[in-house]
Structures are given as structure tokens and as C-alpha cells.
Design a protein around this ligand. Sequence first.
Ligand SMILES: [Zn+2]
Ligand SMILES: [Zn+2]
Length: 104
Amino acid sequence: MKRGGPLKRLKQLRRSGFKAKRKGEEKLERSKKLVWRRDDGKCRICKGTFHLQVHHIVPRARGIGWKGLHEPANLVLLCCVCHQGVHDASLPGWEEWLRRRPLS
Ligand SMILES: [Zn+2]
Ligand SMILES: [Zn+2]
């Protein structure tokens, strides 16, 4: 371990982290539009159109630093009901279901 400047290093890390995050958000916004078009403005699971949200298949928490995180291939359009179901695991097997209907 090199001596000196751990605080500076921490500051650098923080700064680049913020930058990466902002860049990620911009990318996510672009991808969201593509996902809306790809999924035809409908929930992938029930085809509903109520309160649509974009869900990350590989969650953000697990995909930190992964460049595919905000790619359309990692995103699906879900209505808020199905989205909730996916997150609280009351829709078991939905990932398997998604695999059988691959994203275009
Ligand atoms: Zn739905
Ligand atoms: Zn989600």
C-alpha cells in the first residue's frame, strides 16, 4: 500500500462515482425509450398498460459497474402490479417465463 493521500483518493473515487452515476442515468433514459417501443408500450407479463415502469432484470445493486446494466436487454417494461410482484417474489418463475420469450 502506497503512503499518503488516502483522502484524496477517496475524493477522486467519489467524484468518478458521481460521474458514472449521472452517465448511467442518461443512458437509462435513452434505453427506456427504446424499451417502451420494443415492448409496445405494454407490460411484458400481463400486457396491461397501467402505470408502466422499467424494471432491471439484473438489479442495479448487483450490476454496479457493469456496462450492460442500463442496456435495453437488461430492461423490461412492466405495469406497477407485475413490477411489484416481481420484486416481492409473488410472481415466482417470471424470469423463466421471460427466458422463454426472449427480448428482441
Ligand atoms: Zn403487468
Ligand atoms: Zn424493478
